[in-house]
Every structure is written in C-alpha cells, then in structure tokens.
Design a protein around this ligand. Structure first.
Ligand SMILES: Cc1cc2nc3c(=O)[nH]c(=O)nc-3n(C[C@H](O)[C@H](O)[C@H](O)COP(=O)(O)OP(=O)(O)OC[C@H]3O[C@@H](n4cnc5c(N)ncnc54)[C@H](O)[C@@H]3O)c2cc1C
Ligand code: SF4
Length: 596
C-alpha cells in the first residue's frame, strides 16, 4: 500500500495593511477549529502562530527504529529534560542558571527526546515564575496537537452541571444537549475510534472501528463489569476507517503511537495542521503568519472594541500590528490568559476583558500520579503478539461520586492504562538474573504486565491563579506568567482513593499486584490546563459568555480551554474543539448580522 502525503496549498500572502474579518491567535486544537469554521463560512481570516512551521513528518520519523538513530532517539549532549525531582525541589524558572544549552519540560525525557526537540519549547527562552509547575508547551504550527496522546472523551451533565450535583463551584452556562451536536460534528469531521458503552457520565461518540483490547485487558474488563465498572478500548482521536481529507490517512496500526511522545507522520491521529488548517487554506480564505508572537490585543480608543493584535516577529524581533474586525484568542489556556492580562489599554487597566477580576483565576486541570502495575500469571510464557500496533490501550471511566457519595472528596477520576507486549519489554529493568536466564525471564514475562494511572478532577478555585511577573521576561522581552497554584485536600484525598481502587481492581481480577504508586505528580503534569477565563452568565464572576465571547468586549472571543468552568476528569481536547465549533458558528452568524 502506498501512503500519499499531500503538500498544503500555497498560502496567500500576509497583508498587514488590510483589515481582516478575523484574526486568530494560535494554531492548536482551538485555533485550528476556529479557522475551519470561520473560513467555511466565508470569513477572511488571518492566523498568527508564535512558532515555526516545520516539516513535521521529517521531525517525527514515526517508523524509525531506535537502532537507526545515532543515540537511540536521545537528544544530543548539552540538552536536558527537567526531571520530576527538579520540579519539586526547585522553584521556576527551572532553566535559569543551568549549565545546559537547551532545557525542555519533562516530556522531553520520555523515550525519543530527539524527535521532540524542535516541538517542545526551550525553557531557557520561555521562563515562568512562582509556585512549582510542570508546564509543557509546544510552539509550532499545530501546537501540542502534534504530539498529544489522543484520548478523546466527551463531558456529560455530571460535569456541565456539577454544582447542581454536589453543590461545589459553578455550573457551566451550557448543558450536554447544547454541545452534543458539535461533538458529533467533530467526530465526523476528524474521526474518532472507540466502543459504545451507553454510560450517562461518559457519552459515546460517533465511533469508527475501535482498537482491540489485549488478552489481559479483556480479562480486566470482565472482572470490572462484575464490580459495576467499565474498561473500554482507548477512545482515540484517530481515524481508523478514514475521513474525507486528502492530508490524512487512516490508521494502519503501525505501533508508532506507543513508542515515542506521540506524533503520527501519516496523520491518522488528529493534528491541527492536517486536520483543520490545511483544509481551511484550501478554501482560499485563510492566511497564516508563523513566527508571530502576539503580545497585546489592540483596542479602538473611540469604540472600546478590539481592533487587532500587536505581535513580535520571533526572527527579527520587530513589532507589527494585525488589523481585524474580530479578535479570537486560541493560544492555549495559560497563554491566552497571559495575553488578556498583558493587554492593558486605557479602558481595561486590569487587562482586557477582566472587569470581573477573574482572568487568570479558577485555574484547574487534572491530578496524576497514583496507579498500579500488575502481572497476569496466566500470560507468562505465551507466544508474543503485536499489541502496541494501536493508538492506545484502555480507559476506565469515573465511577466515584456519581450515584454514591465518597467520604473525603467530591468529583471523580478515570484511569488510562494498557497491558500486553510493547517495543521495549515491560519489566526488563526489574527482572532478576543475568545472561541467558535473564533474557528468558524478560521474554517470558514481556506480555504479562498490565498497568494503569489515574487522572482526577482538580477543583476550580479562585485562589489558584496566574498573574504577570513584574520583572521576568521571555527572550522577546514579553513579561511572563507567575503561578500561584497548589493542590487542595480534595485532590489529595482523591489520590489516596485512586491508589486504593487501582489495587482493588487488579486484585479482584486476579492480577498479581507488583507495584502501587501513591505519590502525586507535580502540578501541571497532566498538560490539561483549563479555566483561566471561565464562561458564565454573570459578568461579575465570569469572563466569557456561553459562546466564549468576552462580556466586556463583544468582538473578542477566547476559544480554548481557558473558558472551561470546571476540569471534569475527562481529557479536554475534544471538548475544546466542540465548544470552539459552536462559538465560531455563533460568531459567524453575528458577524453576518453586523452585531460584532
Ligand atoms: C504529550 C501530550 C499528551 C497529551 N495527551 C492528551 C490526550 O490524550 N487527550 C487530550 O484531550 N489532550 C491531551 N493533551 C493536551 C492537548 O494537546 C491540548 O488540550 C490541546 O492541544 C489544546 O489545544 P490549544 O489549541 O488550546 O493549545 P495548543 O495545542 O497548545 O496550541 C496553542 C498554539 O498557540 C500558539 N501560541 C501560544 N502563545 C501565542 C502567542 N502569544 N501568539 C501566537 N501564538 C501563540 C502556540 O505556539 C500553539 O501553537 C496532551 C498534550 C501533550 C503535550
Ligand atoms: S498506530 Fe495509527 S495513529 Fe498511531 S502512529 Fe500508527 S498509524 Fe498513526
């Protein structure tokens, strides 16, 4: 079979003398979706992306074997990925005063760091300050979608109406019925693989062919069923049956997914450039300017409306202005908050759109760390099978605080996991023995391991916030974010429960538990940052309305995860895109009516 790779259409020339219908800041999941929806409605759009456009296929080299790489995939000497203990014993900025030439977030420490050295930001250029935080950023066309893990989940009314359910925080200004049609659109346009389970707290998508569970996963699924819990094949933002998109291929189950920090060079896994941006360019309505770091939303002194964006060219360090009738921020949760706070025209002395004082606040994400590893004795010695030729293992949806009420914590958590053979045999580091006997032990046990780790909801709290550091600046002289954020007792109690239930589920299934992690990973580890410009009906306690439109400035929209009211425990990207689709459809309608 031949894989066809199609080059994107020739980009229209950027014309900064012109006033575009809309300017979008950022080209990840949120920015890409905004571009898709607005250009398909005929709007003339300029997209500003801070990072470079790189040859991503060449960068990912998804099918390269470790022995084909001079350092088995590792970065050259002089580069360093921050380790877990560095995050906890030191204060940010973590790269300051280190002897290393380049410093990357912890994701650079996963196997195959050389493949992400041009994708992850160099922490030396991008400092931040304040409380400890493991911030993972990808500055390039497509942002973090180039390497995301692809677990694509929906939220339910247990999430959208969480306050109604347990009394804490705020309800979202929308319910599942409002967003369900847009989840459907995202599913159909981008493709998602999974298996229908009919769970009220984890609504099904319009799934394409699901990935097969391995023998140990099937065993665990059966056992969990008896406990009233579910183990379902990984719901992946990957097209397994194909979609109508000349830039993407369907998944061939080549196994590359599990081998390095993400990335799919045939784009079966969704990424924003091939899934959204190149097709948007084909409409002729999208102009892209990369290497363009937005640092201020510009405001018309007479009308108080946004009139465009000021940006620095990352290569020549000069400042330019992009003019537009509508401004859409999609720079990711923390960067969009930074931009709002940095934009301080006369009318908005605390930051644009911040009359409520909530910009940067109510930050939430997922807490990680606890989980378990086990050995399925019946599988020891079985002949090898191709188990990692798939985009993911399994997901165990939330089962806490649905009908029940747990002592000690509210909300819930889910588990991501996997079992079976992988390119590097599980358990090899810990296997006893030496020489031939050691190799035999490793081979015999390689497919018998199973493990899972939890992702729990971090409660949105006003006290958890980010502001602008008064002195520290990035390489381009733009003031950086300062974190004021830590986990609360709710997260700590939830994590204790995660470790207990992980053990309990393995034991119940007859899996020999060989390790239980109880430690909580550093704040930020989930890479699911949310909530810094939340939606709401009350302009005094929220930043955006239900269409992610600023309460204060009606032609300003923020369409990324910053708008989320609570984190739920489900991974956020599919929701980010469904919301952005809904908001941008509304935006285009309002634009046509002359209301913006
Ligand atoms: C290793 C990894 C695994 C993940 N796994 C999952 C998963 O399994 N499931 C899931 O749901 N999510 C996962 N995520 C998270 C997912 O990638 C994000 O939720 C998603 O990419 C968010 O989209 P976004 O558009 O808000 O931000 P991004 O994708 O980060 O895009 C933002 C873009 O804005 C640009 N930008 C930033 N500041 C500026 C500026 N000032 N001016 C111009 N441009 C700017 C950036 O360069 C970037 O390109 C994972 C992420 C990583 C890194
Ligand atoms: S397993 Fe599928 S989604 Fe993953 S890298 Fe291979 S083709 Fe892409």
């Amino acid at each position: 079979m031949t894989l066809v790779r199609v080059a994107p259409t020739q980009e229209p020339q950027v014309d900064l003398s012109r006033t575009y219908d809309a300017v979008i800041v950022g080209s990840g999941a949120a920015g890409g979706m905004a571009a898709h929806v607005l250009t398909s409605q005929g709007m003339q759009v300029l997209m500003l992306e801070a990072g470079k456009k790189i040859d991503i296929n060449q960068e990912l080299r998804s099918m390269e074997w470790p022995y084909d790489h001079p350092r088995r995939g590792d970065m050259p000497p002089g580069s360093h990925a921050i380790r877990h203990n560095e995050y906890t014993i030191r204060q940010p900025p973590y790269a300051k005063k280190t002897a290393f030439k380049h410093v990357y977030s912890y994701v650079g420490g996963w196997g195959g760091s050389d493949y992400v050295k041009n994708i992850l930001v160099d922490e030396k250029d991008h400092p931040y300050t304040g409380t400890k935080y493991a911030w993972v950023r990808a500055r390039l066309l497509g942002g973090k979608t180039n390497i995301w893990g692809r677990l694509a989940l929906r939220l339910s009314d247990y999430d959208f109406k969480a306050k109604t359910h347990d009394g804490y925080g705020e309800d979202w200004p929308i319910s599942y019925a409002d967003i369900a049609p847009y989840y459907d659109k995202v599913d159909l346009y981008l493709g998602i693989s999974g298996y229908k389970e009919n769970l009220p707290h984890l609504p099904d998508s319009l799934f394409q062919r699901h990935n097969k569970l391995t023998a140990s996963e099937v065993m665990l699924r059966k056992s969990l069923k008896q406990m009233g819990r579910t183990l379902t094949p990984y719901r992946a933002g990957v097209t397994t049956d194909g979609v109508k998109n000349k830039y993407r291929s369907k998944c061939f189950g080549r196994g590359a997914c599990g081998r390095r920090p993400g990335g799919c060079d045939i784009h079966a896994a969704f990424d924003s450039p091939t899934g959204l941006i190149y097709p948007a360019m084909d409409t002729g309505n999208l102009t892209l300017r990369t290497n363009s770091i937005a640092h201020q939303v510009l405001v018309d002194a007479n009308t108080g409306k946004a009139r465009g964006v000021s940006f620095v060219d990352s290569q020549n360090h000069r400042t330019y202005e992009a003019k537009a009738k509508v401004v859409i921020l999609a720079a990711s949760t923390l960067e969009s908050a930074r931009l709002l706070l940095l934009s301080q025209p006369r009318q908005h002395p605390n930051g644009i759109g911040n009359s409520s004082g909530h910009v940067g606040h109510n930050f939430c994400e997922h807490v990680m760390g606890p989980g378990a590893t086990g050995l399925v004795k019946e599988l020891v010695g079985r002949a090898p099978t191709l188990d990692d030729g798939r985009p993911g293992g399994f997901y165990v949806p939330r089962f806490r605080n649905l009908q029940d009420k747990q002592p000690g914590f509210i909300r819930g958590y889910g588990f991501e996991g996997g079992g079976g053979f992988s390119i590097f045999p599980d358990g090899a580091w810990d296997a006893p023995g030496f020489g031939g006997q050691f190799k035999k032990t490793v081979r015999e046990h390689a497919g018998a391991f199973i493990s899972m780790g939890g992702f729990g909801e971090v409660l949105a709290r006003y006290e958890n916030y980010m502001d602008i550091d008064p002195t520290e600046k990035d390489r381009w002289g733009i003031p950086v974010l300062r974190f004021h954020y830590q986990f609360s007792d709710n997260e700590k109690k939830m994590c204790e429960d995660m470790a207990t239930t992980a053990r309990e589920m393995f034991e119940q299934a007859g899996v020999e538990v060989i390790g239980v992690d109880k430690d909580i990973l550093t704040e930020g580890w989930s890479i699911h940052e949310l909530g810094t410009a939340r939606m709401g009906t009350d302009p005094k306690t929220s930043v955006l309305n239900q269409f992610q439109q600023s309460h204060d400035v009606r032609n300003l929209f923020v369409v990324d995860g910053s708008s989320h009211v609570s984190a739920s425990c489900q991974n956020p990207t599919w929701t980010i895109m469904a919301l952005a689709w809904r908001s941008c459809e509304h935006l285009a309608d309002e634009f046509k009516r002359g209301n913006l």
